[in-house]
Write a protein that binds this ligand. Structure first.
Ligand SMILES: [Zn+2]
Length: 329
């Protein structure tokens, strides 16, 4: 059985991390950049562990050098994502990879991404929104220009601020300045936590950064009081099981805590994170949840409703996407 045709909402992706390897290879060839070392014999991305994954990711990003590259990337990603039934997608975009954190350059890159998103919505019926993202392992100071870019361009396409990258770099409180800046501008917040860091990292992220969503968050499973806090505050987890399995954040699909989190009353959603890196798609995630935990159409429908309710978009967009989730008559 395949769940490809179910309309899906996906909240946790990284735009560059969704880049099909063939697309990155094509750009490298056009620009004469040698990144052959980042691919395996089959042409997929190759890495040993999480830190190596971050290096390979950043090497792939060196091919993305202009707004036009990001326009083409956005279109390539949306074509691939829409083919798996995704009707609404949020993606992390980093000003660090789009003009080095410079606001004027960021606006040019943003315009190109919006251009592609508008074209894809008209052609493919998929809506894309962007979450401006600081890169944690670049340090707290480097996250400030990203937050400024979010504040200055918050609106129709930019709907959130977040932080990605190496979770073990510093503690959440070190990054509070950027999150405070975004919150004061009314920007919804999410942050990667509890992928590697365990319950204390999730707890500190909630307390010091004031997020309403957590990227991954699976480390919370080991702390019942923290789960109660997450439930009480209605914090939504952007869970990416296939990513966790490939990066060995969990022992395997059978050991993934998503089912325990959901059964405890936590609002869980499912996303692909960086699908070609983790050899996954939204269809594959649903198929594995079905095979491993017996989740079926009703579970997925409820989960997509949870995801849409937690989406950072405006209410008109939410109502428009809700219609796409209704079962076909
Ligand atoms: Zn992520």
């Amino acid at each position: 059985m395949s769940f490809r045709s179910i309309p899906k909402v996906e909240l946790h992706t990284h735009l560059e991390g969704c880049a099909p390897p063939a697309f990155i290879r094509g750009l490298a060839k056009e620009k004469n950049i040698d990144i052959s070392g980042i691919f395996d014999a089959n042409g997929g991305y190759a890495f040993r562990d999480f830190d190596h994954f971050l290096q390979i990711y950043e090497a792939a990003c060196t091919t993305l050098q202009s707004p036009e590259d990001f326009r083409r990337l956005t279109m390539a990603v949306l074509e691939e994502t829409a083919a798996h039934g995704v009707v609404y997608m949020e993606t992390f975009v980093s000003p660090d990879f789009c003009g080095g954190g410079d606001l004027a350059a960021w606006k040019d890159y943003l315009a190109a991404m919006v251009d592609a998103a508008d074209e894809a919505e008209a052609k493919l019926g998929i809506t894309l929104k962007g979450i401006v993202t600081g890169i944690r392992h670049f340090g707290p100071e480097a996250c400030k220009p990203a937050a400024k870019c979010a504040v200055e361009t918050f609106g129709d396409f930019v709907t959130g601020y977040g932080m990605a990258g190496g979770e073990m770099a510093g503690r959440p409180a070190d990054y509070a300045y950027s999150f405070d800046m975004a919150r004061e501008a009314g920007i919804p917040l999410t942050c990667h936590a509890g992928e590697w860091g365990g319950p204390s990292m999730v707890a500190e992220t909630i307390r010091h950064l004031g997020v309403t969503r957590i990227g991954h968050g699976i480390g919370a499973i080991d702390d019942r009081a923290l789960l109660d806090e997450i439930i009480e505050k209605e914090i939504v987890l952007e869970v990416c099981p296939g990513s966790n399995v490939v990066l060995k954040a969990v022992g395997g699909w059978d050991a993934h805590p998503i089912v325990k989190l959901r059964d405890a009353g936590v609002k869980v959603t499912v996303s692909t994170d960086d699908p070609p890196f983790f050899h996954t798609t939204m269809t594959a995630e649903y198929d594995m949840l079905n095979r491993t935990f017996g989740w079926g159409e009703d579970d997925f429908r409820a989960m997509n409703e949870t995801a849409l309710a937690a989406a950072f978009c405006d209410e008109d967009t939410r109502a428009r996407v809700a219609k796409r989730l209704e079962p076909a008559q």
